[in-house]
Ligand binder design. Structure first.
Ligand code: ADP
Length: 365
């Protein structure tokens, strides 16, 4: 009861921050010799990111130092507070511990959205999908397993459950079916919203009935491998698109006549970095500019929606400003719980992108 009251007071939006560890590839990418230069670089990095409030795991401070015009070293500190901060050594299990309640909620009839936001390479896919071992499994497989466990529990209490899944991608404001033939079918998928039933449907999208976590894992990895084959053609397309995995859970209890319907949306957002258009990554400049504008527009539309939801009163919520927010309209309003995980790179060279991400998160927090 007390927990519920606290939840209500705080609203249903949470923001976490997760800093990934330094990778050996970061060190070689910096151009230094791995052997002797690795250690100084690590020092430099730890000096750049500090966690003064480790005990609470709630605050992150970034320090940037610069030379002033007079040649004096100037240091600036930036502090940000989150519902939870995960340091580089935090494990997937530790992150999931803070999320498992949300997976439980969708079985109880809530609509849940979990977003991973951050620049490309900051750990969004690692957080959401994770690696191939049990220890490195990400939030998607863990949440799926939790949903199946929770529905099994309720089955033993007389409930019947149906779990359905869809997996789609929004690229350049176009919806692609990741469980279908991926692009090759040339089908246009439209998002239809029915205000009467409050349901959202995507036309011609593959919706599968799911029976086990293993089946879901197999579906997700085949979808991802098809996506990455397509993305080598389309050049890093997966980091330039949002992927949305949705589980819809419908339960009924023939004994008591009760019904419930909930959903879990797990969203790996497009990289938030500002793209240098002159880099020319396969697309011509005009296409790259359009792609970048679409990403910026949809990420800021998401920020606008989440921050409007966090405000009191009957504020107009601008769902229609992007495909992503239109798709998730029901899952972001009313009976819903939202979590944004802000992924950060620990590298000094990414400080500016990290600050931009942190400021975005402050807006929705
Ligand atoms: P993004 O999806 O944001 O582009 P990735 O998830 O692909 O970033 O992460 C970039 C690299 O960092 C990958 O090699 C990934 O395995 C690694 N990585 C990210 N987060 C962690 C972590 N918490 N622990 C270990 N490796 C990580």
């Amino acid at each position: 009861k007390l927990h519920n009251m606290v939840q209500e007071l705080k609203g249903n939006i949470r923001v976490f921050c997760r800093v990934r560890p330094v990778l050996s590839s970061d060190i070689s990418a910096s151009g230094s010799q791995l052997s002797e230069k690795a250690a100084p670089l690590r020092d430099e990095i730890t000096a750049d990111m500090a966690f003064p409030d480790c005990r609470d795991h709630k605050e992150i401070t970034l320090a940037s130092s610069s030379q002033s015009a007079t040649g004096r070293e100037r240091q600036e500190n930036y502090s940000f507070v989150f519902d939870r901060v995960f340091e580089p050594h935090s494990t997937q299990a530790e992150v999931f511990e803070e999320i498992s309640m949300l997976a439980q909620s969708c079985v109880d009839g809530y609509n849940v959205c979990i977003f991973a936001y951050g620049q490309t390479g900051s750990g969004k896919s690692f957080t959401m999908e994770g690696g191939s071992t049990d220890a490195t499994q990400g939030m998607i497989p863990r949440a799926v397993a939790q949903v199946f466990r929770a529905s099994e529990d309720l089955r033993s209490k007389g409930w019947e459950y149906k779990i359905e899944g869809q997996f789609l991608e929004i690229y350049n404001e176009t919806v692609n079916d990741l469980l279908g033939k991926y692009d090759l079918d040339g089908k246009k998928h439209e998002i239809k919203h029915d205000p009467k039933t409050g349901s959202t449907r995507v036309t011609d999208i593959t919706v599968l009935t799911l029976h086990s976590p293993t089946q879901v894992q197999a579906l997700l990895s085949s979808a991802q491998s098809r996506r990455s084959v397509a993305s080598t053609l389309m050049n890093e397309r997966s980091s330039r698109s949002h992927s949305v995995f949705t589980l819809r859970i419908t339960g009924s209890n023939p004994g008591s006549g009760e019904n419930c319907e909930g959903s879990l949306n797990l969203v790996d957002l497009a990289g938030s970095e500002r793209i240098n258009v002159s880099l020319g990554n396969g697309l011509n400049d005009k296409d790259r500019v359009k792609e970048t504008q679409n990403i910026n527009r949809s990420l800021s539309a998401l920020g606008d929606v989440i921050s409007a939801l966090g405000e009191k009163g009957d504020k107009h919520i601008p769902y229609r400003n992007s495909k992503l927010t239109y798709l998730l309209q029901n899952s972001l309003s009313g009976n819903s719980k939202t979590l944004m995980i802000l992924n950060l790179s620990p590298l000094a060279s990414h400080l500016n992108e990290s600050l931009t991400s942190l400021r975005f998160a402050t807006k929705v927090n």
